[in-house]
Ligand binder design. Structure first.
Ligand code: UFG
Length: 340
């Protein structure tokens, strides 16, 4: 079975490629390398023993996408990661975000129909819930207006899939996975998250500070309505998350989907505050991490974590890895990247 993984050299994509290969799937990656490095292929090969096929082009180019599908005629399913994902940048570059994220999805859906590839798993985000009124969030929790153009692209992509599935009951099957906060790296330390420039996300900022690249971590706000005043998220290990994609692919290929458009929360069900995470990192690694508390970051929500019971029951999947081992894996990766 051949699976197309778009964005397969990226952070979550590369881990998913490895998990697919471990389950015997053959993978072809499409990535334009706008936010990843070609060397990731070598490291995927080191872990799994198999080098995935690779094509470098931009999926928002309709003709190139069509030509790709003509060349690869044996694809059974697509996992679509390729997208711009920086929340802050999406505010100043909204048109680029809408064009890239929406058009590439539409080109893929068009190709699925034309080339008879029925199945797609899509990277969505808990950002579609905004700040929920009731926690934890279930799949029934109403979506809220997105805080950023990036978040809006996720909501609109979900709507595009839902509507397209409605009119293609026979030949199109999509699953959107709403990720909470993916962190950590592969246990080998060979693949992980490699942000370009100053990291926006918490864990890469922590590991870079620990590695001496940044002077100190800024904790954004300690006046939230949470037990210690810092914001709460549901941090999920990236390998656990990658495995959820394999399970979603299995579900579609074995025709277990209950509808041709489904969506699931993919988190751990546990919320941790920024301060708890920082303290856990210090405890696990023994590194003396410098941090200070500063103002809240604009656009941040106060707290969110998943109710995973529906996804766990339907998919037969549950996050396995502890926060501690996940933070240790992130640190192992950072040290390897920096040669420490
Ligand atoms: N934080 C800090 N200091 C930092 C970086 C982050 O205190 O240097 C805090 C944030 O304020 C937030 C928490 O750490 O409270 C997590 O922040 P991240 O940037 O790691 O993650 P977000 O929850 O803001 O965003 C993530 C993804 C988005 C996605 C969103 C959905 O990066 O793609 O979850 O809620 F849209």
């Amino acid at each position: 079975m051949q699976i197309l993984v778009t964005g397969g050299t990226g952070y979550i994509g590369s881990h998913t490629v490895v998990e697919l290969q471990n389950k015997g799937y053959e993978v072809v990656i499409v990535d334009n390398l706008s936010n990843s490095q070609i060397e990731v292929l070598d490291n995927i090969e080191k872990i799994s023993g198999i080098r995935p096929a690779f094509e470098q082009f931009d999926l928002s180019e309709r003709d190139l996408t069509d030509a790709f599908f003509q060349k690869y005629s044996g694809i059974s399913a697509i996992i679509h990661f390729a997208a711009f994902k920086a929340v802050g940048e999406s505010v100043s570059k909204s048109l680029e975000y809408y064009r890239n994220n929406l058009v590439s999805l539409m080109n893929l859906l068009e190709g699925m129909k034309k080339y008879k590839i029925p199945n797609m798993v899509f990277s969505s985000s808990c950002t579609v819930y905004g700040q929920p009124d009731v926690l934890p969030v279930t799949e029934e929790t109403p979506r809220k207006e997105a805080e950023s153009p990036y978040g809006n692209t996720k909501a609109i992509c979900e709507d595009i899939m839902r509507d397209y599935c409605k009119s293609h009951e026979e030949d199109i099957n999509c699953i959107a996975l709403r990720y909470f906060n993916p962190i950590g790296a592969h246990e080998t330390g060979l693949i992980g998250e490699l942000p370009v420039g100053v990291p926006n996300n918490l864990v890469p900022f922590i590991t870079q500070t620990a590695a001496g690249l940044r002077d100190e971590l800024s904790i954004f706000g300690e006046d939230y309505d949470t037990p210690d005043g810092t914001a709460i998220r549901d941090y999920i290990n990236v390998v656990d998350l990658a495995q959820a994609h394999v399970v979603a692919i299995d579900r579609m290929l074995t025709k277990k989907s209950k509808a041709n458009y489904e969506y699931f929360n993919v988190g751990t069900g546990e919320g941790y505050s920024v301060m708890q995470l920082v303290k856990a990192f210090i405890e696990v690694t023994g590194v003396d991490l410098k941090y200070k508390v500063v103002e809240r970051r604009a656009g941040d929500i106060e707290k969110i974590w998943a109710d995973t019971s529906f996804g766990n029951a339907e998919l037969g999947w549950k996050a396995q890895k502890s926060l501690e081992e996940t933070l240790a894996s992130a640190w192992k990766w950072e040290k390897k990247v920096r040669g420490l």
